[in-house]
Design a protein around this ligand. Sequence first.
Ligand code: RB5
Length: 152
Amino acid sequence: MKIAIAADHAGIHLKKYLIENVKEVEFIDFGTNSESSVDYPDFAEKACAAVVSGEAERAVLVCGSGLGMSIAANKIHGIRAAHVESTYTARLAAEHNQANVLCLGERITGAPYAAEMVRAWLKAKFGGEGATAASLSRHQNRIEKIKKLEGK
Ligand code: RB5
């Protein structure tokens, strides 16, 4: 699976750690790669564009808190970005929200746990274990409502 990944200056160490340690996927690195100050919306845009175009299936975004990246990413049509701080919410982001972008904060989360969050999100299936046709349909209906909000 190809995963776009990007960070601002406050997320470069965690981005590097994820690329070097989450070997189950192929990361496409959209920068930044230096500690010079940059603006997180510019890097959210680059990685999310790869998801929207189909170059990558999903994206991981890292900034200091994960918040700015998630706010920026969620402005982009077709993106459902989840800011997570636990493996539980990372899993739910896939199971309930079908999040195609995961946002992490380097200043918030230790790198090994962040890698576990990425793995939990990648492994989880929409609907979750034991999903029934009825529960899948409920979740799908909510995703469709989110898509409608994009038009407003
Ligand atoms: C940069 O100092 C910081 O504001 C940014 O990385 C992020 O945490 C914003 O939400």
